[in-house]
Design a protein around this ligand. Structure first.
Ligand code: GAP
Length: 601
């Protein structure tokens, strides 16, 4: 992205974040205490928008279909669910620290330069550049060239080496020589230069913010939030055991005696074999606390696999059918970014569609079409949605196909929903770990292996998994418009308008008495009551001039404003103003509810 496009993108996001706070859509969590960067609170308008969006999804996915049923499962599930699903072991991101800037980031998301590329380190300002150049000189023995806030002189050789090449030596020569040296970490000093060429081990990527290639080893980081269940505080247990273990003359012997058979296998055995005291203590703490440990769910999906048999037996559904769930998920994300795009606490809308093995391709095609149509239905600009098929090396090991629904965010294309063909992996894992049979019996079909009825099999699964809070951001971006119009008096008027789809809009109708007298406020209340009775969210608004009230409701996305004026008091008619066109029509007040209802449907 060019720097002009970047500035424009930042500017748009800033405007949206500011509107969200000013108008009560989204607030930083715990703001009066300095705020939590990783969590957000949805204010009076935000909660309506989020609920409307999630209700539309539910209406389409569950109420709109005979073969999909709903579930509302607990957030804390049996810890074995996460062992079976692979989340406890594998739900981890490779995490890296920059040794110079201390930036911490995900290795799999970091920029990967090509051989021959320069690796400039771009610091926050010139002062920081000076400090970092000194750190690099002291720690790595090289003097980078400072140009303003940029440190130059580093080049990518290949995915395992980078080179420091001073200005006095041609870069091509240094790169060519670097191809030939097998040993990493050495230097080359043609003609006895003051600053010789140096070779460094490279991780294949650089820090995303500053571009530094001086990085730590990768560490795995579990994204699940842990909590403890039970009446006994596991910290007391830890303290009691650690007091005894650390007082023992030999830690390894004490741990081996204390944990018996458990010390001979798993993480504890590995730690004991390493002889590293810190690792042994860490593994011992895990062992002590593990019986009480529970996790906040990192996705809503697993409950739908775990309850597959109960729902099958109680709902009368037959394969193919789906189970849908929406609600909170929690991930201890290393990088929280772009406002509510990625946060630690967020909401998902997921559906597991169970189908006969061998039919997954056709169901994938069906759900892809359905989901894309759903996203576009509520958008002003449908061209900003696209599919991206996962490459084989990107796909989870159990998936046989996967597509992302992507949106053109101000910072570029990014994921909004994943549609995965998950094979029978999850059901087979839960069958294995729980010891319960989760097979489906089709009495009408012959088992392809034996040629005899019935056919008992583990269904395959297509999973459309969308983020609800991320979807809210997408529709806010899609809806945000700044416009200039010529008024009746010929002046140019600027307005900000959220062109939210009326079904998503937090408030459907604003009822505005022209003045706060002559019975108009009472008439407005009367009409608002009629809307409430019809289940349509209407709000009376009598503060400020009529123009300011229109502007406010344009900015919060209210699709229609109804004005009660002098004529209303005489002939019972009102004006109905359309947010997007600003056109007004005069209708009978008696017809107002029916008229809005029709426009909403
Ligand atoms: N069960 C599959 C699953 O959870 P995912 O791609 O990890 O798949 C699905 O998540 C969707 O949930 C994503 O496409 C995204 O919209 C949303 N999502 C995931 N992590 C998120 C986060 N930290 N903050 C906000 N939304 C997130």
């Amino acid at each position: 992205m060019s720097s002009a496009a970047q500035t424009q993108a930042d500017d748009l996001m800033q405007k949206i974040v500011s509107l969200c706070k000013r108008r009560g859509f989204v607030f930083q969590s715990s703001e009066i205490y300095g705020g939590l960067k990783s969590a957000y609170d949805y204010g009076p308008l935000g909660v309506e928008l989020k609920r409307n969006l999630m209700n539309e999804w539910w209406r389409d996915m569950v109420h709109g279909r005979d073969n999909v049923v709903g579930l509302d499962a607990s957030i804390i599930m049996h810890p074995n669910v996460w062992r079976a699903s692979g989340h406890a072991a594998g739900f981890a991101d490779p995490l890296v620290d920059c040794l110079v800037s201390k930036e911490r980031f995900r290795a799999d998301k970091a920029p990967r330069p090509k051989p021959g590329d320069a690796l400039p380190i771009t610091c926050a300002d010139q002062g920081v550049a000076k400090t970092w150049a000194e750190i690099i000189e002291k720690r790595f023995g090289i003097t980078l060239e400072r140009e303003g806030r940029v440190l130059n002189g580093l080049y990518c050789v290949n995915s395992s080496k980078f080179v420091y090449c001073p200005k006095s030596i041609p870069v091509e020569k240094a790169l060519l020589y670097a191809q030939q040296v097998t040993e990493i970490g050495g230097s080359w000093n043609p003609g006895g230069q003051e600053n010789p060429v140096h070779y460094f081990p490279f991780r294949g990527y650089v820090g995303p913010t500053f571009g530094s290639p001086f990085l730590s080893e990768e560490r795995q980081f579990n994204l699940m939030f842990r909590t403890a269940l039970g009446a006994v505080d596991p910290m007391n247990e830890v303290a009691t055991h650690l007091a005894a273990l650390t007082a023992a003359p030999d830690l390894a012997t004490a741990v081996t005696e204390r944990f018996g058979k458990d010390a001979q296998e798993g993480a504890l055995a590995v730690a004991l074999a390493s002889g590293d005291r810190a690792k042994i203590l860490r593994a011992a703490i895990e062992q002590i606390t593990s019986p009480a440990m529970a996790y906040l769910r990192p996705e809503t999906a697993q409950a739908m696999f775990v309850q597959f048999k109960n729902i099958l037996d109680s709902s009368g559904q037959k394969v193919p059918f789906g189970i849908a769930q929406m609600g909170k998920s929690f991930r201890n994300e290393i990088t929280v970014e772009h406002f509510i795009f990625r946060s630690c606490e967020f909401e998902q809308m997921e559906m597991e569609f169970f189908c006969e093995p061998g039919t997954q391709k056709e169901w994938m095609a069906y759900w892809k079409e359905q989901r894309m149509a759903w996203w576009k239905r509520y958008a002003n600009d449908p061209s900003k949605f696209q599919f991206r098929q996962h490459a084989a090396d990107e796909m989870a090991h159990y998936a046989d196909d996967c597509y992302d629904v992507e949106y053109a965010y101000p910072w570029g294309w990014g994921e909004l929903e994943g549609i995965a063909s998950r094979t029978d992996y999850d059901l087979s894992q839960h069958e294995k770990h729980s010891g319960q049979k989760l097979r489906y019996t089709d009495q009408e079909k012959e088992d392809p292996a034996t040629g005899k009825k019935p056919w008992q099999y583990l269904p395959y699964v297509i999973e459309p998994a969308a983020g609800a809070t991320r979807a809210m951001l997408v529709y806010l971006i899609d809806a945000y418009h700044e416009e200039e119009r010529r008024t009746a008096t010929g002046e140019i008027e600027k307005r900000t308008v959220l062109k939210l789809h009326p079904r998503l809009a937090p408030i459907k109708v604003a009822i505005l008495p022209l003045v706060k007298k002559d019975g108009m406020p009472e008439k407005a209340q009367e009409l608002a009551a009629a809307f409430r009775k019809a289940g349509i969210l209407a709000k009376c608004d009598e503060k400020a001039s009529i123009g300011k009230r229109y502007a406010k409701h344009d900015e919060i996305g209210t699709p229609w404003c109804i004005t009660i004026d002098g004529q209303t008091m005489q002939d019972g008619t009102v004006t109905l103003r359309d947010r997007d066109t600003t056109e007004q029509v005069r209708i009978s007040m008696d017809q107002a509810v029916a008229s809005v209802r029709e426009r909403l449907s």
